[in-house]
Design a protein around this ligand. Structure first.
Ligand SMILES: Cc1ncc(COP(=O)(O)O)c(C=O)c1O
Length: 414
């Protein structure tokens, strides 16, 4: 203390510099890179063929309608968010003829995009799972980097199940099933509904059926993370098949939805958390408890993104336009897979690269080693996460040959 009673040192002098976020840090490094050839293949955000962010026409049109609407105001939303958005979001995920929807037994709250849905869902489970159930969550190995921290913050013990097979660059289904069979009953099982991040590898429809059986027999609590509905196949219904399979079989489950990718609403933080329950009465009580989770966290969610998404989902014309644009985005990503594959083959890059074509959604998990990835960054200015994941959405027909050239080089030298 100084004579004036002031602290001479900062109260936070002992605070250590935290490491950069492995994904957001890639964009920071890309921004700081002065090389004109630089590529950002780290962040999972769609880019146009010109490498620019894309605001969907349906979103622009919905926004204009909202601005012109004299009934629009800036009052607080309810704790659970925009009710119309919630209704449309759960219907989009489960389908209008879902037994759970028809029987009004889904509790839905608006969430701060997919991350917020996971965080509120994890907190709810940690508080309200029966006391005899363990607080254990099973995550695929590998998974989206944030899953571990989200569930750990909510008090869960985090365990992994085998998912990716490095040799085939496909699914280690036998390993997955064996690990899930060994999980204590009542454990939470996190499943990526489609377009698994980071691997781009999804179970087949037949494998999903077997996973349903393993989940039911093992009395696991499914938590579906659906951040990419529509991005895998271009079709919203097809991409929701896994969740619908489980709901239609009568299971109770938790579902997180994000409109960041499929509506390009990244920064608007529009998402939803649904808890599918056995009865309407339980769903009503669950919703009341979800509100108790939300209130001390952030009181109530932001209105703009949810208002846009509700219009885009609810207005038939905007809905049709959205679906067209969504298919366009998914198709462009698929085309980039083909272009990259062709370029790699044309350069005789060693190994079987057909997994680039087989993997689904925004990412390709290349199996490149950390030193190879580091060389891609330092020598070629190709910015990516060091686990070898590349965002196909960040590629274009002009940049794909450059990437293939870079990969060919690092495969030889690192
Ligand atoms: C698997 C997965 N879940 C959830 C999210 C959360 O995204 P957001 O919070 O932006 O909706 C992401 C984003 O990359 C993701 O890949």
């Amino acid at each position: 203390m100084s004579p004036e009673g002031q602290l001479t040192e900062s109260t936070w002098e002992h605070v250590q510099q935290a490491p950069p976020d492995p994904i957001i840090g890639v964009t920071d490094a890309w921004r700081a890179d002065p090389d004109p050839r630089k590529l950002n293949l780290g962040v999972g955000a769609y880019r146009t063929e010109e490498g620019k962010p894309y605001v969907l026409k349906a979103v622009r049109e919905a926004e204009q309608q909202i601005l012109a609407d004299p009934a629009m105001n800036k009052e607080y939303l309810p704790i659970s968010g925009n009710p119309e958005f919630n209704r449309l979001a759960r219907t989009l995920a489960l389908g209008p003829s879902s037994p759970a929807i028809l029987q009004n037994r889904v509790a839905t709250v608006q969430a701060l995009s997919g991350t917020g849905a996971l965080r509120v869902g994890a907190e709810f489970l940690s508080t309200h799972l029966p006391s005899a159930f363990p607080r254990i969550v099973y995550l695929p190995s590998p998974t989206w980097g944030n899953h571990k921290s989200i569930f750990a913050k909510a008090g869960f013990q985090v365990r992994e199940y085998r998912y990716f097979c490095a040799a085939t660059r496909g699914l280690d289904f036998a390993g997955m099933v064996a690990d899930l069979k060994a999980a204590p009953p009542g454990s939470v099982l996190l499943l990526h509904a489609c377009a698994h991040n980071p691997t781009g590898v999804d179970p087949s429809p037949e494998q999903w059926k077997q996973l349903l059986k393993v989940t039911t027999e093992g009395q696991l609590i499914p938590f579906f993370d659906m951040a990419y509905q529509g991005f895998a196949s271009g079709d919203l219904d097809a991409d929701a098949a896994s969740v619908r399979l489980f709901v239609d079989a009568g299971l109770e489950l938790v579902l997180g939805q994000s409109f960041a990718k499929n509506m390009g609403l990244y920064g608007e933080r529009a998402g939803a958390l649904s808890v599918v329950c056995k009865s309407k009465e339980v769903a009503t009580r669950v919703e009341s408890q979800l509100k108790l989770v939300i209130r001390p966290m952030y009181s109530n969610p932001p209105m703009h993104g949810a208002a846009i998404a509700a219009r885009v989902m609810g207005d038939p014309k905007l809905n049709a336009l959205w679906k067209e644009e969504l298919r366009g985005m998914a198709d462009r990503i698929k085309l980039m897979r083909q272009v990259l594959y062709d370029q790699l083959v044309a350069r005789n890059v060693p190994g079987d690269w057909s997994f680039v074509l087989k993997q689904i959604g925004m990412f390709s998990f290349t199996g490149m080693t950390r030193p190879q990835c580091e060389l891609l960054v330092s020598k070629w200015h190709v910015h990516l996460t060091l686990d070898g994941r590349i965002s196909m959405a960040g590629l274009s027909a002009t940049t794909a040959p450059y990437l293939a050239e870079a990969i060919a080089d690092v495969m030889k030298s690192a």
